[in-house]
Design a protein around this ligand. Structure first.
Ligand code: FES
Ligand code: FES
Length: 163
């Protein structure tokens, strides 16, 4: 524990970089990511685990960061949307969302893409039904979902060809 009263010394890896911070024990992972490293690409929608806008990957698993305490992520690897590109080269899922028009306002997009990446890790060639099921915890109020599904299928093809 740090000297600060009621603080917790958090030690996580965020997008490949170590982050050490004295945090208040009650803050969520979502609050930590947005307020400490300033990674505002992770969005807060419902704050109750229903919309998926706050999804990040924790040790590769999609997690609603509004429902996880930051302290629970201690020692783990966290991937946010800011960690997807590689030296300015977009990740295939990012490129596919752009080319296929898989976003409009963009509020759901970071969570949608991270959920899709986790899906493609476990199922590299998903059917349309499997994509829709895999993304069913991520709500979009703009696109009607069809173009998101098309984008995930394209990303799956790109990834199967080695990026
Ligand atoms: S903000 Fe976390 S699921 Fe909606
Ligand atoms: S693009 Fe607006 S909520 Fe999905």
């Amino acid at each position: 524990m740090s000297d600060k009263v009621n603080s917790y010394d958090l030690n996580v890896t965020v997008n490949g970089k170590p982050v050490l911070a004295a945090i208040e024990p009650h803050i969520t992972l979502l609050e930590f990511l947005r307020d400490t490293p300033g990674l505002s690409g992770t969005k807060e929608g419902c704050s109750t685990g229903h919309c998926g806008a706050c999804t990040v990957l924790v040790n590769g698993e999609p997690i609603s960061s509004c429902l996880m305490l930051a302290a629970e992520a201690d020692g783990r690897n966290i991937l946010t949307v800011e960690g997807l590109s590689d030296n300015g080269d977009l990740h295939p899922i990012q490129a596919a969302f752009i080319s296929e028009g898989g976003l409009q306002c963009g509020f759901c997009t970071s969570g949608m893409m991270l959920t899709a990446i986790a899906l493609l890790e476990t199922n590299p060639k998903p059917t349309e039904a499997e994509i829709r099921m895999g993304l069913s915890g991520n709500l979009c109020r703009c696109t009607g979902y069809h173009k998101i599904v098309v984008a995930v299928r394209l990303a799956a093809e790109e990834l199967s060809h080695g990026r």
